[in-house]
Design a protein around this ligand. Structure first.
Ligand code: CA
Ligand code: CA
Length: 361
């Protein structure tokens, strides 16, 4: 059994998911939450599922962390895999989680796959060895995060002949970006219910006095999970504002309970708002956030709401994605809107898959 929160792909209004529920049946909506965010999914493990081929094998990583584990040697010079980042998602990081062996390997990134038309476009490469354990290959190459599209990676023996074992941890987060997905509602329109996943959930928008005074959204933290942090990753603007947290939503039978508030400023980029307000971590429940600007010119924000996964890599990423986010986000926005950059992507609306072993529909 895999958990519902991990398997919900992309930040989408709950109404949209509800409309899909008949198609997806109980696979998505009746999963046990007991393993929620508990074990990183395995996208592919060569010891269990066979050698990754020279030409990319299509994998199905889920939201949050999914691992690709394998080995290369003199007789197995290339391990190649492809995967799709769905609309409403981005590949936040590709962390070298494990490395054993002499020498180093190289990981190469492409858009598309070798078996698709048009042929793949080379994005970049970086060498990986013991010194890069814990490092993000996307950051080393200078290409992350990667928005929706079809991508391939190829792990290459370097130098040829050495034997190495590796594990790469792919981290896929959800994204709600007002420039792509539309303005978040102001009162009296109810908060937009966003569907979060394990790992990082990005919300990007802007508020402007007398034009767009409120950006309101809600989200559900599922049983056995928690909201670990809410990091202001980016901010641009001047003047007053407020970021407010509630339990519940304005649309519920019970009015929301105010949890606390504080404001955004350039000095708070990288700060955890749950810590600033003193309310985190937040356990299973329905919550709302309201970003308010009723007096000042336009203010742009990017929050990263993290539902943590176990282990040092997962725990560190909530902070890392926030602190290193300024350049990441600008690239993410391009990736999200530049649908023509990667090869043609099927307009998949939702994927309940939880790693490579679960069906996507
Ligand atoms: Ca191999
Ligand atoms: Ca807005």
């Amino acid at each position: 059994m895999v958990d519902r929160i991990r398997c919900s792909r992309g930040v989408r209004p709950v109404a949209t998911l509800a409309a899909l529920s008949l198609m997806l049946s109980s696979v998505v909506f009746s999963r046990s939450a007991s393993a929620a965010c508990a074990i990183p999914a395995t996208a592919h493990d060569e010891s269990a599922s066979g050698d990754l081929p020279d030409q990319p094998l299509a994998l199905d990583p889920g939201l949050g962390e999914s691992r690709v584990k394998g080995s290369i040697s003199a007789g197995d010079q290339f391990d190649s895999a492809s995967f799709t980042i769905e609309p409403g998602e981005q590949l936040d990081a590709v962390i070298l989680a494990q490395y054993v062996g002499a020498g180093s390997i190289a990981v190469r990134f492409f858009t598309g796959t070798d078996v698709a038309a048009p042929p793949p476009a080379f994005l970049g490469t970086t060498g990986l060895g013991p010194a890069q354990i814990g490092a993000d290959s996307l950051e080393l190459v200078g290409i992350g995060p990667l928005g929706p599209g079809l991508y391939s990676i190829s792990i290459v023996d370097n130098p040829v002949g050495a034997a190495q074992q590796y594990a790469l941890a792919l981290h896929i987060g959800t994204v709600y970006d007002e420039t792509v997905d539309g303005d978040l509602p102001s009162k009296p329109t109810p908060p937009l219910a966003l569907q979060f996943g394990c790992g990082s959930n990005h919300v990007l928008g802007s508020v402007t006095a007398n034009v767009d005074n409120f950006d309101n959204f809600s989200f559900t933290i599922e049983p056995d999970t928690e909201l670990g942090s809410v990091i202001l990753a980016e901010y641009a603007g001047t003047g007053s504002n407020a970021v407010r947290f509630f339990t519940g939503t304005d649309t519920g039978a019970d009015p929301p309970a105010f949890l606390g508030e504080t404001d955004m400023s350039a000095a708070r980029i990288g700060a955890d708002y749950l810590e600033l307000i003193g309310i985190g971590p937040l356990g299973p429940d329905v919550y709302s956030m309201s970003i308010v600007n009723t007096f000042s010119p336009a203010q742009q924000y990017h929050f990263v709401l993290s539902v943590p996964e176990p282990g040092p890599v997962g725990a560190a990423l909530g902070v890392a994605f926030g602190l290193g986010a300024a350049s990441r986000v600008r690239r993410a926005r391009r990736g999200a809107s530049a649908a023509s950059a990667p090869a043609a992507v099927p307009p998949s609306v939702s994927a309940p898959g939880c790693g490579a072993n679960a069906p996507r529909r």
